[in-house]
Design a protein around this ligand. Structure first.
Ligand code: SF4
Ligand code: SF4
Ligand code: SF4
Length: 454
């Protein structure tokens, strides 16, 4: 399958099934509209007529070049991954989202966790559950050495004692079990102080810091309990935390924004975050019920696409104050491994989420949805049927993914969004697909631009 598009002044062609990325001149780019597999060595007789704006010689030479790519299996290749899909098996659990707090000190309008409580009672995970989570990971990770655990919420800093006790416990037993725990935390920053910043910068291999960009954007939707500006409280703390990391030469953090219908000019928010000194940035579209006033809907897509184009241009042309934008990052040389290509996130299979009561769910977005409860750390139950279901939920079991040019970069999208908005984990959420494909075009164009300018 071939997908072609223009971005940053390049004619870019993706051969989906081989993952080959080509930059073509106008003649080759236009010629592709009239070609398909199988190609024969002899050029179709009607091509020069269809491409009459180019000289006959140019058309002939170009056809020869495209035919070479076809022969080298870089154009119109066949999908030979489908045969692996039947062999997709359950994997050891190697990462966990630990919801240490089902409570939050902000009241963001778009919160997928219903402002932190996940639709239940506000509560904090006791340290004993955190320790049981470590025992669970050691047992279920089989022979995997590296294990990842993300402290999440609600707001995980509200359960600081549990965070510290869980890490202490893991460190005290990891060597004897041949494991290496890697901790991360996702925080709104309100409760950060010097001691927590030092601790996080010492213990966490990555941090996700939630901020929506400009003061007016952030404060409009990330509401505090006392009505004061969240931006004013959070920004200096994030700057201090990030400075601690960057002074040590580290780039392992993200300042992560959510954009909504209220700030479709989100490039300004990204640039503002850069001005605040942050270099590792992300801005994700809100995913919510269409009825919400801040929801992104299909009618917003053209505006969002042009905003992505703008951001892409800015990133390509910047010579100073550069930054990384998470959604525009793609590696042309080293694509994901075969399993990762077919089954993007490990939700419910090698990745699980645990709520403050020790209940296990396929991932943080499924937390609180009773039908997806996989078991409990307290009674040792762990539902194998759900694990098998997610092991078998991949590109070739999802509606339409195998015919999508972006399949091996996207790997089938988010199961939770599919379930929540389409009623079925195997039915891609159309709006997210549109956004994903546009972001990928920008990401591929930036990677091409970087390669060309080397
Ligand atoms: S900070 Fe996070 S958990 Fe808290 S209300 Fe906002 S989105 Fe929800
Ligand atoms: S989820 Fe959507 S964008 Fe991703 S591969 Fe499937 S159809 Fe394509
Ligand atoms: S299902 Fe969606 S939210 Fe859950 S881990 Fe996968 S990508 Fe993330």
């Amino acid at each position: 399958m071939v997908h072609k598009f223009k971005q940053l002044g390049y004619n870019i062609v993706i051969d989906s099934d081989s993952n080959a990325v080509h930059v073509m001149d106008d003649c080759a780019f236009d010629m592709l509209d009239y070609l398909s597999a199988p190609m024969s060595e002899e050029m179709p007789g009607d091509l020069p007529e269809k491409l009459s704006q180019y000289s006959a010689e140019n058309v002939r030479e170009t056809y020869g070049e495209l035919y070479s790519l076809y022969n080298e299996e870089q154009l119109f290749t066949e999908d030979d991954y489908e045969k692996y899909s039947e062999t997709m098996v359950k994997s050891p659990v190697k990462s966990m989202c630990l919801n240490v707090a089902h409570d939050c000190n902000l009241r963001c309008e778009y919160c997928f966790a219903q402002t932190g409580d996940f639709g239940g009672e506000r509560c904090i995970m006791p340290p004993e559950i955190g320790k049981k989570a470590i025992d669970f990971l050691i047992e279920k990770s089989a022979n995997r050495e590296n294990i990842e655990l993300d402290f999440f919420g609600g707001e995980p800093l509200m359960a600081w004692d549990t965070v510290v006790a869980t890490i202490d416990y893991a460190r005290s037993i990891e060597k004897q079990h041949g494991k290496n725990f890697r901790f991360t935390i996702t925080t709104n920053g309100v409760l950060l102080d010097d001691e927590k910043i030092d601790y996080i910068n010492r213990e966490m291999v990555n941090v996700v810091l939630s901020l929506d960009g400009r003061r007016e954007t952030t404060d409009r939707i990330r509401k505090t309990l006392n009505g004061k500006s969240a931006y004013d409280v959070i920004v200096p703390k994030f700057q201090k935390l990030v400075k601690g990391r960057t002074n040590a030469g580290r780039t392992d953090y993200y300042v992560r924004a959510t954009f909504t219908k209220y700030n479709l000019d989100f490039t300004e928010d990204v640039l503002h975050m850069r001005e605040l000194g942050f270099e590792q940035l992300s801005a994700e579209p809100v995913v919510t019920d269409e009825k919400e006033p801040f929801a992104i809907t299909e009618t917003d897509l053209p505006r969002i696409f042009s905003e992505y184009d703008k951001l892409c241009e800015i990133m390509a042309n910047r010579t100073e104050n550069k930054f990384n934008f998470f959604h525009f990052m793609v590696d042309l040389d080293q694509g994901p491994c075969a399993i990762k290509r077919l089954r993007g996130c490990g939700c419910g299979n090698d990745y699980v989420a645990v709520d403050p009561h020790g209940n296990i769910f396929p991932c943080h977005q499924f937390v609180g949805i009773e039908q997806w409860k996989m078991g409990s750390l307290l009674d040792g139950t762990f539902n194998d049927d759900i694990k098998t279901y997610f092991a078998k939920t991949h590109l070739y079991s999802k509606d339409g993914c195998s015919d999508c040019w972006a399949k091996f970069y996207c790997s089938g999208g988010c199961n939770a969004n599919s379930f929540i908005y389409e009623g079925d984990c195997r039915k891609p959420y159309k709006l997210s697909c549109e956004l994903q494909r546009k972001r990928l075009e920008c990401a591929l164009a930036l990677a091409v631009d970087k390669a060309v300018k080397l």
